[in-house]
Ligand binder design. Structure first.
Ligand code: SAH
Length: 387
């Protein structure tokens, strides 16, 4: 089998599964993009099996510490292991969750989300994309889906040289249908290019924040389809305002509010502008922006963005108010993000009390050896009495 000899001190010797181009000592046997290759250390000792793409910065991603073929049995075994993990987790509804999450489930590039009988698959690495038929077969055999939609629209695809596409690959188009999470009804339309599924990674936070919403004036900034807003409205908030710059997101929020029989004031607006010009006061503010940076280079700018929304948010927070803020950028660490809120609170001349930490649900498992698997962090603060 063709393969790679990895340089000493590469990250793979410290628990990682990736080999960057700068970590390759030698390539042998002329592997082709998308091939399964073997990894060896500089003393010719085996490090396992990997998938190969020389056109990507991450040239090899390990799939096993042993010899391994990318065959049906392998995919069935890995998907079953991933499924079992979710099924064991008390906080996860096995019918509405991420079933497979890439490196964290030892299937680099494969993401599988479940919405009841309907599944959304992503194949984000070349080798996995080339074998999507086998993966689809494994999903059908294990999970008996009505529908599988290949939703390859991630910006990551470009780096791997894969075309974007949204294709029905099994069953019939279910059209729009509803799912229920924490008692909140959402309409999803998995095939329609305008919409996506839900942010499954935030379902736990929606429920946690809803517990604090009763009798409060709530502001959900970057609301998407209204996850926090709906949960808070259902939990007895006295008013709920939701802001998103996407017209589709606002339309979905309005539709979901109707479905749940609650009132939400959904506003299509740029969050930065909205917060800057907002003259109302709120008791509970949620800030859940998209990742402001995908690399280290733009981290400084991203932190400026976070600081801006934190500062603006704190300025319109009522006495004893609650601020719940999230960051889904891997590069902004928990410490850095916390420091950012503190710095905003200094400028806003207020003191914050940390009342809850938030992170990834177990359907987005963190492998500490692969730091990139950790991305989502959040904090909920209470405004401390002025002192
Ligand atoms: N809070 C949501 C997830 C938010 S995802 C949940 O829990 O389900 C981030 C959202 O921010 C997306 O819906 C996107 O449309 C929106 N967004 C991105 N940039 C924005 C901006 N500058 N102003 C307002 N919304 C923005």
């Amino acid at each position: 089998m063709a393969g790679i000899i990895v340089k000493p001190r590469a990250r793979i010797f410290h628990g990682h599964d990736w080999v960057y181009s700068s970590e390759i000592q030698k390539t042998f046997g002329n592997p082709q993009p998308g091939d399964v290759i073997s990894l060896k250390d500089f003393r010719d000792r085996p490090l396992g099996t990997a998938i190969y793409n020389p056109d990507s910065q991450i040239v090899a991603r390990r799939i096993s510490r042993r010899k391994q073929k990318l065959e049906l049995e392998f995919f069935k075994r890995r998907i079953q292991q991933a499924f079992d993990l979710r099924e064991r987790a008390e906080s996860i509804d096995i019918n509405l969750c991420r079933i497979v999450w890439s490196e964290s489930d030892a299937l680099p590039g494969v993401i599988l989300d479940r919405y009841g009988d309907h599944f959304v698959l992503q194949t984000l690495t070349l080798a996995m994309h080339q074998r999507k038929e086998i993966i689809i077969d494994a999903i059908i055999k294990l999970l008996a889906p009505k529908t599988i939609i290949l939703r390859n629209d991630s910006p990551m695809l470009k780096a791997e040289g894969i075309e974007t596409e949204i294709t029905l690959v099994h069953g019939e188009n279910p059209g729009p249908f509803t799912v229920t999470a924490n008692g909140v009804i959402f309409e999803v339309d998995l095939l329609d290019g305008q919409k996506t599924g839900l942010y499954l990674d935030q379902l736990e936070a929606h429920a946690a924040i809803a517990k604090m919403a009763k009798g409060k004036r709530v502001l959900d900034v970057f609301c998407n389809q209204g996850g926090f807003a709906l949960a808070c409205a259902k939990a007895g908030a006295i008013s709920v305002t939701a802001v998103d710059s996407s017209e589709n997101a606002i339309a979905a929020t309005v539709r979901n509010a109707e479905l749940n029989g609650v009132e939400i004031n959904a506003i299509k607006h740029n969050a930065f502008d909205f917060l800057k010009h907002c003259e109302d006061e709120y008791d509970l503010i949620i800030l859940d922006p998209p990742s402001f940076t995908r690399n280290k280079k733009t981290l400084k700018d991203a932190m400026r963005g976070y600081k801006e929304i934190h500062l603006r948010g704190l300025k319109i927070l009522a006495r004893n108010g609650i601020l719940s803020t999230y960051c889904c950028s891997h590069h902004a660490t928990r410490e850095l993000f916390l420091q950012n809120v503190v710095s905003a609170s200094v400028d806003a001349k207020c003191a914050l009390r940390l009342i809850q930490n938030h992170g990834q649900r177990l359907d987005h498992p963190i492998l500490p050896g692969i730091p990139e698997t950790e991305y989502l962090k959040g904090f909920t603060f209470e405004l401390a009495p002025s002192r």
